[in-house]
Design a protein around this ligand. Structure first.
Ligand code: SF4
Length: 307
């Protein structure tokens, strides 16, 4: 590759790193730039050193690679800087916590923005409600699922179906109330299932990536001490890569400064009624309770223990 190309690449990388150091996690990339980025690199001919009569035709590095601080036209997508959902990104706790009133106002403003979001036109067209999230915005514990189902879409609230009832039971068994925690999903709109009025499908990587900034803002404002990721898709949405939940559940992860406990989605427990599986989820919740410094009774410790 030419020296010019390498210099431009270095400049672009430096620029992105500088943005990240300033706390910017996403850059807006114009649709035609995205298309251009998928094309093979054209190596420029070596520069002609003796062309004094020509005006400077080279754009700044930012213009060449299409980076814009503000978008003036339709935006197709926002690309995370670095790996999508990278666990090593800047801590979401770095910014100082907002005073209660400002926090409530910021949360209300975020909610309003999400409720009218149409970044995924196909989902905006098929949804009945945007399912923003519910619970205590000062919660120490946040549950994150994958996406609303039919009942959640109907009611505009996450985890209200049978899986939601089971989640509520788990929360109560931990000695908490649903109102004590915050519950939401990676995706705020129900994944559409054209031709199947009641079916569910897993959100696509693109849908999750598009919606993730809203979840990040929720986490940033709530500042939970622990996040419980319910199921493999929730983990994939947060960390940006597929996981095998059977392999990673029960092991602490960290999402940008916040401990994350992956566990099975309650819907899985409804499908698989084996006590061994329930016990695994309960063990994960015991670990969460320990991390939060919640009291744990002998009865709680011994749930599902045989003999
Ligand atoms: S899924 Fe998220 S990003 Fe897509 S339209 Fe709904 S709120 Fe907007």
């Amino acid at each position: 590759m030419s020296q010019t190309f390498n210099r431009l690449l270095d400049a672009a990388i430096s620029y992105l790193e500088a943005l990240r150091a300033e706390g910017v996690h996403y850059v807006i990339v114009a649709p035609d730039t995205l298309a251009a980025l998928t094309q093979p690199v054209q190596v420029a001919a070596p520069p002609q050193p003796e062309l004094p009569a020509r005006s400077h035709q080279g754009a700044e590095p930012e213009e060449r690679i299409g980076l814009q601080r503000e978008s003036t036209g339709p935006v197709e997508m926002a690309l995370p800087i670095g790996l999508p959902g990278q666990p090593t990104g800047e801590s979401l706790l770095n910014k100082p916590a907002l005073p209660p009133q400002a926090k409530a106002a910021a949360f209300a403003e975020l909610r309003q923005r999400v409720l009218v979001c149409t970044k995924c036109p196909h989902l905006a067209a098929s949804r009945k409600n945007v399912v923003f999230g519910v619970g205590n915005i000062n919660a120490e514990l946040m549950f994150v699922g994958e996406a609303p189902g039919v009942e959640e879409d109907e009611q505009g609230e996450p985890f209200v179906g049978r899986a939601g009832e089971l989640l509520t039971k788990i929360i109560q068994t931990m000695g908490l109330r649903r109102e004590d925690v915050y519950i939401c999903n990676v995706l705020k709109c129900r994944p559409d299932t054209p031709g199947q009025p009641t079916g569910n499908r897993k959100p696509t990587t693109e849908e999750m990536r598009t919606c993730l900034p809203y979840l990040i803002e929720q986490i940033e404002l709530i500042r939970p001490k622990v996040i419980v990721a319910l199921g493999a898709t929730a983990m994939e949405g947060l960390f940006g890569k597929p996981v095998q939940i059977t392999k990673i559940r029960g092991q602490w992860h960290e999402y940008r400064g916040i401990p994350v406990m992956p566990t099975y989605h309650p819907a899985y427990l409804l499908r698989n009624q084996a006590v061994t599986e329930k016990r695994k989820v309960w063990e994960d919740m015991l670990a969460v309770m320990e991390k939060l410094g919640l009291p744990i009774s002998d009865k709680q410790r011994n749930y599902f223990r045989s003999g």
